[in-house]
Design a protein around this ligand. Structure first.
Ligand SMILES: CC(C)(COP(=O)(O)OP(=O)(O)OC[C@H]1O[C@@H](n2cnc3c(N)ncnc32)[C@H](O)[C@@H]1OP(=O)(O)O)[C@@H](O)C(=O)NCCC(=O)NCCS
Length: 183
């Protein structure tokens, strides 16, 4: 894994993936993900989002990077150059009971699922947060039913913290947390 420091962005190279800043060309593939009911099923109220919403999300991801020096990376498959998803760090404002903390999250296009890409990308993003940024209070939150996300949290070495309700959508979630020995 190779970290490279940029103006307000970092890039990370893994075996198959490039974690990088957001580009204008990312809007169309990201909007397609946000418009896919299977991708959005366990996110918030589970409803798909519009192309305009996707544009606003990308702008907010860029703002986070500029303001905090960390955020959600665009994830590109090196073999094709395609944007296949995102992973990285954000603030879980939707769940005030876990604040202050930083959340690691991920979202990938359906055609890329099942190949270990999310695990590969999230492992690199977590290492960035802990080793490069010195962030220690890292949580991850998934809605009950999202077994693939729960599995990734376990593979990252995170441990169960609590089951609770996301007040923004009244759905049951589980919180995982990075244990002390990883900090
Ligand atoms: C969650 C998501 C990123 C997983 O992507 P992926 O590329 O398939 O993930 P990976 O292949 O790296 O790893 C998934 C792991 O979960 C396992 N898995 C897949 N489906 C599962 C299920 N229903 N129950 C339990 N484990 C499951 C896989 O076997 C794999 O584990 P393994 O490496 O031990 O075999 C992808 O499904 C996605 O983008 N979903 C929509 C967005 C989303 O829900 N984001 C997270 C919100 S918390």
């Amino acid at each position: 894994m190779c970290f490279k420091r940029g103006m307000s962005h970092h890039t990370i190279n893994t075996k198959r993936l490039l974690l990088r800043g957001w580009k204008p060309d990312d809007h169309a593939p990201f909007a397609a993900m946000c418009g896919d009911a299977d991708v959005m099923r366990y996110i918030g109220n589970g409803k798909t989002k519009s192309a305009d919403d996707a544009a606003r999300y990308i702008a907010s991801f860029q703002n986070e990077w500029n303001e905090r020096g960390f955020g959600l990376f665009a994830v590109e498959a090196k073999q094709t150059g395609d944007l296949i998803g995102f992973t990285g760090l954000s603030t879980p404002d939707f769940l005030p009971e876990v604040l202050p903390s930083v959340e690691i999250g991920w979202r990938f296009s359906k055609s890329s699922w099942g190949k270990g890409f999310a695990s590969e990308a999230a492992t690199a993003a977590l290492a960035f947060g802990v080793n490069e940024m010195g962030i220690t209070d890292i949580v991850s939150i998934y809605q009950i039913g999202n077994g693939a996300s729960a599995r990734i949290m376990q593979k990252l070495g995170m441990i169960f913290d609590r089951r609770t309700i996301d007040p923004t959508c009244e759905r049951a979630v589980e919180v995982y947390r990075l244990p002390h020995q990883y900090r």
